[in-house]
Design a binder for this molecule. Sequence first.
Ligand code: GLU
Length: 455
Amino acid sequence: MSVITRFAPSPTGFLHIGGARTAIFNFLYAKKHQGKYLVRIEDTDSKRSTNEAVQAIHDGLKWLNIFPSEKIIYQSQEIKSHVKIAYKLLEKGFAYKCYLSSEELTLLRIKSRENGFPIKSPWRENTNNSNDKNFVIRLKMPSSGTTTIRDLVQGEVSVNNEILDDMVILRSDKSPTYMLSSVVDDYNMGITHVIRGDDHLNNAFRQIQIIKFMNWQEPSYAHIPLIHGSDGLKLSKRHGATNIFDYHKMGYTSEAMFSYLLQLGWTAQNENDFDLKKNISEFSIEKINKSPARFDIQKLNSINSKVLRQKNLNEVLDLITQHFSLELKNIQKKRLKALLPELLKRINTFIEIEDDIEWITSDDFVCTDIDNLLILKDKILNIKEISILLNKCKWTKDDIDNCLKQYIMDKSIKFKDIGPALRVALTGKTNSPDIVTVIYELGCTITLNRLNYTY
Ligand code: GLU
């Protein structure tokens, strides 16, 4: 039987990084087994579902480069088939119409809280109904025995059936509930593996009853632990961004995000492998840790900086020009590209390049930082002397390097005596990349202009 997985987000907000990781796992598992990975948007809750949220899901998945094998399915368009199954369950005697008023239900809820048992409606046994209008359809849960799930991550997990409530599968307005829709859709889509967050494990024990009653093939389940923050609590805004697309805006590459989410809670992969084919071949659900993974921004930073350094320079240049909406002439692009390897040694995300862009691309950049100008003014004589030497130098990196070394020797000073001022004159900052590379790439004219600028 060929593997079919699905990612089934509810479009009620942005795409959470936990959801994105679920999508990645579903995608990789299907690819590894030459199967299909499908996406189903669970948009039946019309009050909470929004088009913006649907778009956010598309954008997030597209950014991560995980595309479904077939057209995306919208659950709201499948409602008729869910309702049909509710009535089929009713017909077979596995469900019943429940006419409880909201007051009666409140009383039952209080009672259930007191005795610790789930609500059992009196209508479970009583089919003698007078009005046939205001009813919901409830599933007749088994009230004895146990239900066991052999979960690919959690192992064998069982519950006593007596704790299962007779859940509503069709509301009084005849709309199906998530518990029903999701199972029917999984069946209709031929889903063989349900890989999702472990907050759905409790649902699985109840949903599987529908599958048993309908005599459908049970899917394999893999309930993956949720992502926690560094303090061990469930990941929330307090810990930083939880929206996958925010990481795009923050300058992370999709390769790094993909790789990091894949490694989260699973150590089997070589952390420097950003190759999709390898990720697919090495992916294994069974190796996912049972305990929650902790989101660690330092790890993501380190992966991102590795990805940036391994990436083709033209691609990094494209990311930067797009992100900062730069319109660069060829000569400016060339300069930025030439300095990129040096800049990339020192950053985690390309956003950190923001305050380097101006001194690299602008021909008439001058330092305006008051503190840094003090450093420069203090050494202005040295700077002028260096400029005279550089003016005579052949413009190769070796010559520039020798020129600076010679100057330091002649003056019996150390590089640190002139380095910061030289950097400030050329870049406006005291912590620029390798100074010889900076001088070489800025070129003779720009370098001399900056060194001779009268402040
Ligand atoms: N729509 C559910 C959610 O976003 C997922 C349901 C499922 O995977 O079965 O949490």
